[in-house]
Design a protein around this ligand. Structure first.
Ligand code: IPE
Ligand code: IPE
Ligand code: MG
Length: 241
């Protein structure tokens, strides 16, 4: 889809749990990794659709802290896919004004992948058209644990007075400190759960669970979901005027 389609009251920040790659492949008699490759192609289409709908921030769940439980073949295939994706897409992302950043714990990721992540973050750091954040080895609880540890260190070093600690203090220590909260969280594949994604940040997000498997999630369906978000009334605990 090209050209701006005006979506009334559309979201500024959309977060996506890209689920269903494995089932998509299996239903075609193919290995799960075939689905992950098809899913990676969809990412490009959805990133490209964002400026058309004034979506400034797109955050995608690529690999969770729980996904290490999968077979070694799948995990190493995914890691290879991430490396290849970053290397092959860097030039287009730069040209299209996309600023790429990552959230998640890098400690368990291999050095080569980390280097590519650093490189694309630096390469695209001057871009501002779309902010693409990729959650890689990300878990909401893990993030809160790491943030708490860093905050505790600041407190014990005497740099933060524990009496002043509130939710804005903790938010500054999260991986997402550079991001606004997501307005809309989309999960594909028919599962209605958040699987440890953005636990803190999505406290007041709207949710859309769609049955489509991620490799089939088109820009047109994305637009439909954004339109339906625009019709919702967000109250944040208040009584509507
Ligand atoms: C989501 O698709 C991608 C990742 C978790 C890496 P899945 O691989 O979870 O696909 P299903 O849910 O098994 O179909
Ligand atoms: C969530 O999907 C993680 C990603 C999309 C990267 P999963 O497929 O891992 O979630 P569960 O296991 O069904 O909850
Ligand atoms: Mg899944």
């Amino acid at each position: 889809m090209t050209g701006t389609t005006t979506i009334k009251n559309g979201p500024n920040h959309v977060a996506v749990i890209m689920d269903g790659n494995g089932r998509w492949a299996q239903s075609r008699g193919k290995p799960r990794l075939f689905g992950h490759h098809a899913g990676a192609k969809r990412v490009k289409e959805i990133v490209r659709a964002c400026p058309d709908h004034d979506v400034k921030y797109l955050t995608i769940f690529a690999f969770s802290t729980e996904n290490w439980k999968r077979t070694q073949t799948e995990v190493s295939g995914l890691m290879k896919l991430f490396r290849r994706y970053i290397a092959s897409e860097a030039r287009d992302l730069l040209a299209e004004g996309v600023r790429v950043r990552f959230i998640g714990d890098r400690v368990k990721l291999d050095a080569k992948l980390c280097r590519l992540m650093d490189e694309i973050e630096l390469l695209t750091s001057g871009n501002d058209r779309v902010h693409l954040t990729i959650a890689l080895n990300y878990g909401g609880r893990d993030e809160l644990g790491r943030a708490t540890k860093r905050l505790a260190r600041e407190v014990s070093a005497g740099r933060i007075d524990p009496e002043t600690v509130d939710e804005t203090t903790l938010a500054r220590f999260l991986d997402t400190c550079f991001l606004p909260d997501p307005d809309l969280v989309i999960r594909t594949s028919g599962e209605a759960r958040i699987s440890n994604f953005l636990l803190w940040q999505a406290a007041y997000s709207e949710y859309e669970f769609v049955n489509t498997l991620w490799p089939d999630f088109s820009a047109a369906e994305f637009a439909t979901v954004l339109t339906s978000y625009g019709k919702r009334e967000r109250r944040f605990g208040a009584v509507p005027a």
